[in-house]
Design a protein around this ligand. Structure first.
Ligand code: SDX
Length: 437
């Protein structure tokens, strides 16, 4: 729906342009008509890191950063985390609607049908060193699935897309668990499809010689809730990567691997691992003030704090804090929680953080729960990638079905040399390496 139009006067030429505004945005392509002459390429928008650029229209997730609101397909995250299972929410995110009991039963059956990995995948994993980072193994193994399912290249075929989505949702917990078992030198545990999604994941992680794994129901439910909270988050860095790679019509396995690679960075999904390293570095509550001073001096970041969109408390962090109390009733209270709570208390009263609207985000407390459940910090981002695979796939599918989308190929503002005469080897003079290069 067209809201109104902008009237833009170009003082370079005196010309005035009427630019349509729709949904609070103008189309950057409408700026190209603003030229200083026939030779002029026309105006572009310049927006490093896409601080103020909408790359797509999406109906999957809604975030209101000022109000701390997060909804999947219109349903508040609080309601979904309290009343749904992760696979129920995965169905919602992927299809747009909450499933009926019968639809959920069929969906769970489809996912369960794809929890096994091709045996060659295990051999692929064996090629990694014992101390390989699980996220590196996860990314590589997801990409390797593209070699097992070449038909996945038919990205324009809805039936093929549905099958690959079922495969990926079913297999990412198995891959994650196998990376964990590999890092410990333990044999792989095959999926047990009698168990729920989180229970089966725990089974593949932690079953040893017992005939049947018995998951602690509180921990299984906590994992389910954590998966729900991490499932999607509109156009974050890794989702943007999924859409960009998928826009070339690359298959969903290599696209998901690319998205997981983006997630692995410490400013994004790698932050939960970085939070634990930060808490270990601080060591005790009484050393919190000194660390906060280092943050304010710009020497370190307060990992797990701040967000591009949330300028209020991340609603997921609030639910994670509630979940942490349930987990600690089973595992015992983590001493790191006291440090984290003190960090939060001090930061939320300090003008440096208040002025910059820095609040705890989804990564601030999640790692403390994961560690209390027995995960090593290196596994935390893999735990993020499992549920986020659902969001990446929903956004990938939406991109492919969007008639306005095509291969992603941004423009640039060129800042390099003008045309230069070629210099033959014998005439070249070594340049002093500039620190900026
Ligand atoms: C996730 O996008 C998503 O939706 C991501 C995510 C998802 O579900 O997909 O929500 C998951 O990635 C959560 C974020 C996890 N990352 C961290 O916790 C790492 C620490 N946080 C920061 O690096 C930072 O807050 C970002 C990366 C999350 C956001 O960075 P922005 O939006 O680019 O903000 P900025 O870096 O421009 O910071 C603005 C100011 C700066 O200060 P000034 O230059 O104005 O003086 O705030 C400061 C920053 O230095 N600042 C911090 C800080 N985060 C921002 N200062 C100290 N500690 C921090 N954590």
């Amino acid at each position: 729906m067209e809201d109104k139009r902008l009237s833009i006067t170009d003082e370079r030429t005196g010309s005035t342009y009427k630019i349509p505004v729709a949904d609070g945005a103008l189309r950057s392509m409408d700026l190209r008509q603003i030229k200083t002459g026939p030779e002029d390429f026309g105006l572009m928008g310049y927006d490093p890191a896409f601080m103020n650029t909408a790359s797509c229209r999406s109906s999957v997730t809604f975030i209101d950063g000022e109000k701390g609101i997060l909804r999947y397909r219109g349903y508040p995250i609080e309601d979904l985390a309290e009343q749904c299972t992760f696979l129920e929410v995965a169905y919602l995110i992927l299809t747009g609607e909450l499933p009926t009991a019968q639809e959920l039963e069929v969906w769970v059956g489809q996912v369960r049908h794809h929890t096994m990995l091709h045996e060659t995948t295990k051999k692929f994993l064996e090629g990694f060193r014992y101390d390989a980072h699980p996220m590196g193994m996860f990314i590589s193994t997801v990409a390797a699935l593209s070699t097992i399912y070449p038909e996945a290249r038919n990205v324009l075929d809805p039936a093929s897309r549905r099958l690959q989505i079922q495969r990926l949702v079913g297999k990412v917990p198995t891959i994650a668990a196998y990376t964990y078992r590999h890092s410990l030198g333990y044999p792989y545990v095959y999926p047990d499809n009698e168990l729920s999604y989180p229970e089966n994941f725990m089974n593949m992680l932690w079953r040893m010689v017992e005939p049947r794994y018995q998951a602690n129901p509180t921990l299984a439910r906590a994992l389910d809730i954590l998966f729900i909270l991490h499932a999607d988050h509109e156009q974050n860095c890794s989702t943007n990567t999924m859409r960009a790679v998928g826009s070339s019509q690359a298959d969903p396995y290599v696209s998901t691997a690319a998205a997981a690679a983006a997630l692995s960075g410490p400013l994004h999904g790698g932050a939960n691992e970085a939070v634990l390293k930060m808490l270990d570095e601080i060591g005790s509550k009484d050393r919190v003030p000194a660390y906060i001073e280092r943050v304010k001096a710009g020497h370190v970041k307060l990992m797990g704090f701040g967000h591009r969109v949330y300028k209020n408390y991340d609603p997921r962090a609030r639910i994670i804090k509630w979940t942490a109390d349930r987990v600690f009733e089973v595992t015992g209270r983590s001493p790191k929680l006291e440090i984290a709570l003190e960090l939060e208390r001090v930061a939320l009263e300090d003008d440096y953080f208040i002025k910059r609207k820095l609040y705890p985000n989804v990564d601030f407390y999640s790692g403390i729960i994961y560690q209390a459940m027995g995960f090593k910090p290196e596994m935390f981002t893999v735990l993020f990638a499992i549920p986020r695979t659902v969001g990446w796939l929903a956004q990938w599918q939406e991109m492919l079905e969007d008639p306005e989308q095509k291969i992603a190929r941004p423009r640039q503002i060129y800042t390099g040399h003008g045309k230069r005469e070629f210099v033959p080897m014998e005439k070249r003079v070594a340049k002093v390496a500039s620190a900026a290069r």
